[in-house]
Design a protein around this ligand. Structure first.
Ligand code: 3NM
Ligand code: MG
Length: 519
């Protein structure tokens, strides 16, 4: 026992589970050995229904294996078992033995980890000399039914940030509902201080213990943990940090759509399919309206982007959305989420929650109610927010910025004034026309316009692309509404498509008169 904290590798932390639902009839030691061969770097033996004698026997057998691979073995909760087998340490929960007692019994070289779910618990454990913290529960998991707090990636970020600010740089691993498909996103979204402070590892139970091939499952998780998430590389808007700079880049976004004809893959509701396809064509994109999740893997490779419009969601639609977003996430093609009616029903609230847990969205666009619902869902701290009153302008801007910061993306809240934020800079856009509210699907087709605008990456950050799409869209509506032949929503609709097209062509010709209207 001579480790220093610097030697410890928490990258892939396996917590065991001997329950029949997870282990089945396999041998615990065999499964753990395979997992270590796949890349597990530290093991915690966690037994909740085991006599002491049997526990010690199991720990001794397991320790013989972990020692062979030079992987530390920790015991959950039971200091006595750790002492009996002379393994590397323990992991203690908030209701277990006090850390000072544990340290006194185990000595200075033992590894002691502590479960924390709040900032206060984290700072206390760090001060008390924990070698690492297990932060959770990130997402609800059937593996542990008595979890106290579901904190999401936002909760992890809060704790990492507070530890850093308090001057306690202890290593942290995340736990709860982590699997191959969300591990990249969890590490990316929970990182703070411009990504300099991040989880040193992830602790998993079922993702490895319940896998048909634990070695292969561990290998895939390890690969994810040791590579950059594909979407973790958007250039933040450090450059375009003033309105003037943003407006200066708008024309290039619009001409890029014209020049590249990006694919805009829409998984949208039946009501707006036709209209959205026409908007895509008018701004110069190439629409495909496909709701088939299995088709997305092929479509994601065509250099375009995806719109998930939750307008007509059900279980099948949700499963298709998840398949499609994963395909686009895997190749870092942008995904726009339009959480239509998010707060209206239990089904929709649940769908939003599931999507945020399973997928990364480059842009989230919605009205006030939708954005508030999206914000409240995985952030228990925010549940107290009043849900009936309308937010004032400052609160809207603050909410949009907080959601973008949490999700590490760009968020758009539409309304009389629209707010757009990347979590760093927040802009208000005052353009648009009331006719947009009298024609079905205009909100949905804004998602389509944004998808075309974000398809091509540039050096100035995605927020500029989103603002360009918003200005193109809303100024076209103003110009259409002002036409002498437009008498109401019926005549507005074709005029709107015309103006979208005209703005594009004018911009290509470098006639930017329309942009003077930007507010
Ligand atoms: N502790 P899975 S969550 C053992 O929040 C444990 O402290 C948790 O299981 C905590 O990886 C958890 O299968 C179970 O979701 C994690
Ligand atoms: Mg415990």
């Amino acid at each position: 026992k001579s480790h220093t904290d610097a030697d410890l590798n928490y990258t892939l932390y396996l917590v065991t589970d001997s329950s029949p639902q997870i282990l089945g009839d396999r041998d615990l030691c065999d499964v753990v050995e395979q997992a270590i061969k796949g890349g597990v770097t530290i093991v915690q033996l966690r037994e909740k229904n085991c006599d002491t004698r049997e526990f010690i026997e199991k720990a001794r057998r397991l320790h013989a294996i972990t020692k062979k691979y030079d992987v530390p073995l920790l015991i959950n909760d039971r200091i006595d078992v750790a002492l009996a087998v002379n393994c590397e340490g323990v992991h203690i929960g908030q209701d277990d033995m006090d850390i000072h007692e544990a340290r006194r019994l185990l000595g200075p070289w033992a590894i002691i980890g502590v479960t924390v779910s709040t900032v206060e618990e984290a700072i206390k454990a760090a001060k008390d000399g924990a070698n690492y913290l297990g932060i959770g529960t990130i997402y609800a998991t059937s593996t542990k039914k008595d979890t106290k707090h579901i904190i999401g990636t936002a909760g992890v970020a809060r704790i990492l940030s507070a530890l850093h600010k308090a001057g306690h740089p202890v290593d942290c691993v995340g736990i709860g509902g982590i699997n191959e498909s969300n591990v990249h996103r969890i590490v990316y979204q929970s990182a703070v201080d411009r990504d300099r402070i991040f989880l040193k590892g992830v602790a998993v139970v079922s993702a490895i213990m319940a896998a048909p091939d634990p070695q292969a499952a561990a290998k895939r998780l390890k690969e994810k943990m040791t590579s950059v998430p594909p979407y973790g590389v958007d250039v933040p808007s450090y450059i375009a940090d003033t309105t003037e700079k943003v407006l200066a880049e708008v024309p290039s976004v619009i001409t890029a759509v014209d020049a590249n004809t990006p694919l805009s893959h829409n998984m949208t509701n039946l009501v707006v399919q036709n209209f959205a396809a026409n908007v895509a064509l008018a701004i110069g994109a190439s629409p495909i309206m496909s709701n088939c999740g299995d088709e997305a893997a092929d479509l994601s490779k065509l250099g375009g982007s995806l719109v998930i419009n939750m307008g007509t969601v059900d279980d099948d639609a949700l499963a298709n959305y998840i398949k499609a977003v994963r395909a686009y996430n895997a190749v870092d093609r942008p995904v726009i989420f339009d959480p239509v009616g998010a707060g209206a029903t239990t089904i929709r609230r649940q769908a939003v929650k599931t999507l945020l847990h399973e997928c990364y969205f480059d842009v989230i666009k919605g009205n006030e109610g939708e954005i508030r619902t999206v914000f409240g869902d995985s952030d228990v701290q925010q549940r107290g927010v009043d849900s009936t009153s309308t937010l004032d302008e400052t609160a809207k801007a603050t909410l949009v910025r907080a959601l973008a910061k949490r999700e590490k993306n760009v968020v758009v809240m539409t309304g009389k004034t629209d707010y757009v934020s990347d979590g760093i800079n927040t802009y208000a856009v005052e353009n648009g026309h009331p006719y947009l509210g009298l024609v079905t699907g205009t909100g949905c087709t804004l998602g389509t316009a944004i998808s075309a605008a974000v398809a091509k990456r540039t050096t100035y950050g995605r927020i500029v692309h989103v603002i360009a799409a918003l200005l193109h869209f809303e100024i076209a509506a103003e110009l259409a509404a002002e036409r002498a032949d437009v008498k109401g929503p019926g005549t507005f609709l074709p005029a709107f498509l015309d103006e979208l097209y005209r703005i594009r062509k004018d911009t290509v010709e470098e006639n930017l008169e329309w942009l003077q209207r930007a507010k």
